[in-house]
Design a protein around this ligand. Structure first.
Ligand SMILES: [Zn+2]
Length: 107
């Protein structure tokens, strides 16, 4: 991905690196090749990665409408409920990820 360094404004292409910090904490970051500035992308722990996995699984198990099985109205309800579940999980996860990132950045 192409990013701009907010330290020296240089535009460059990066491959983020995963670094393990113990206790299941993994930091994803990249460094600017010009000024060596450290950019934190995100931090995950075991619980966050488990939730990311659950969300991926939910995306893979979106209900499919089959003719003659459900009434369309019932299917739509099921479909909407499924997406609401994904949305709720993502929202909850986002809060946790922001919190962890803040904790990590200030430690
Ligand atoms: Zn830089």
């Amino acid at each position: 991905m192409d990013v701009q360094c907010d330290n020296c404004n240089q535009l460059y292409n990066v491959n983020p690196i995963d670094k393990k910090h113990g206790n299941g904490i993994v930091e994803t970051y990249f460094t600017c090749p010009l000024c060596n500035h450290h950019h934190l992308v995100y931090v995950t722990n075991q619980s966050i990665r488990r939730q990311q996995y659950q969300i991926r699984k939910l995306y893979e198990s979106i209900p499919v409408y089959e003719l003659g099985t459900d009434y369309k109205k019932d299917y739509l309800k099921k479909f909407e409920a499924h997406f609401k579940k994904i949305k709720d999980k993502k929202k909850k996860l986002e809060v946790q990820m922001n919190k962890l990132k803040e904790q990590f950045a200030s430690s």
